[in-house]
Design a protein around this ligand. Structure first.
Ligand code: UTP
Length: 295
């Protein structure tokens, strides 16, 4: 069995839900307090045993590459100012992981973005983490839970969680196989539908930005026709993969935030500041003060 060593982070989307900020700034660089969202995703991959990371970018995303690189001029100025703790902080970011980049020349969809990683991945299973989905977990990182599921089943694994039934039309929803569901954390999937009508959804299990995929997905993606919104949809390719190979869902443990959505971003920011020792008390006191005027 091949170990999952490589991860792809597709980050070439237009981020239209965050305009105007994303007119000149990648949404992955929007900070949760002082840390860009992409750093949380990279850290999750590293903690899950990933050795090499490929970020799919576009021409508007240089700042991400600069962020994970060294910045000698800034280091020199910080050293001169005696701020050695900050020198260490910015150096740590540059040594987090082996990060590679490839450009998606046109935003032709998530499936197309993943196809851009074909040469990097080669013929081995790989992980996908969407920069929009941040998962906070005091125990095992979400991706590590999927990697362990892969080690058990040696097939593609979709990271899922139950969402409110009234919100299934916002997600890719999986159809669990009847024999294997029964409240299990790891179950076989027989179908997947992108944003189904509420009354037509086969379950409330939504795919939430974490995948382990087998390399056979690349051949399928190279033949997948544009689907919804004229984009090459990963969901369409995974449905095709299910015809040839088993695909499982892993109901992972962790609090997930959609940081590509304004309210999800605000929730992640508040929760993270409440967990930070240097901010927690100030933020709590401020919220209590604000709450006095809520009705
Ligand atoms: P989203 O649809 O959530 O991202 O794609 P978006 O297109 O940037 O967002 P909005 O809706 O316009 O605000 C899910 C993931 O797939 C990547 C995105 O960067 C995001 O991480 N993606 C999407 C690509 O890399 N390329 C694409 O062509 C489309």
């Amino acid at each position: 069995m091949q170990r999952v060593k490589k991860a792809i982070i597709p980050a070439a989307g237009l981020g239209t839900r965050f305009l105007p900020a994303t007119k000149s700034m990648p949404k992955e660089m929007l900070p949760i307090v002082d840390t860009p969202t992409i750093q949380f995703i990279v850290e999750e991959a590293v903690k899950s045993g990933i050795d090499e990371i490929l970020i799919i970018t576009n021409s508007n995303k240089h700042s991400m590459e600069n962020y994970f690189d060294l910045n000698y001029e800034l280091e020199m100025r910080l050293k001169e100012a005696g701020k050695n703790d900050l020198v260490d902080l910015i150096r740590q970011v540059a040594s987090l992981a082996n990060i590679h980049y490839v450009r998606q020349k046109e935003p032709k969809g998530l499936g197309h973005a993943i196809l851009c990683a074909r040469t990097f991945v080669g013929n081995e299973p790989f992980a996908v983490l969407l920069g929009d989905d941040m998962v906070v977990n005091q125990g095992k990182p979400a991706l590590l839970q999927l990697v362990e599921a892969y080690n058990q089943k040696t097939c593609s694994i979709l990271g899922v969680q139950e969402v409110l039934h009234t919100e299934v039309n916002k997600y890719g929803i999986v159809t669990p196989s009847r024999e294997v569901k029964d409240g299990k954390k790891l179950f076989k999937v027989v179908d997947m539908v992108e944003k189904p009508d509420i009354d037509k959804a086969e379950s409330d299990y939504a795919v939430l930005g974490r995948y382990i995929l087998t390399p056979e997905i690349f051949d399928i993606l190279s033949h997948t026709e544009p689907g919804k919104n004229g984009e090459i949809q990963l969901t369409d390719a995974i449905r095709d993969l299910m015809v040839h190979q088993p695909v499982y869902a892993c109901d992972f443990v962790g609090t997930r935030y959609d940081v590509g959505d304004k309210f999800g971003y605000v929730k992640a920011t508040i929760d993270y500041s409440l967990r930070r020792a240097d901010m927690s008390k100030k933020v709590k006191d401020y919220i209590k003060e604000l709450a006095k005027n809520f009705n």
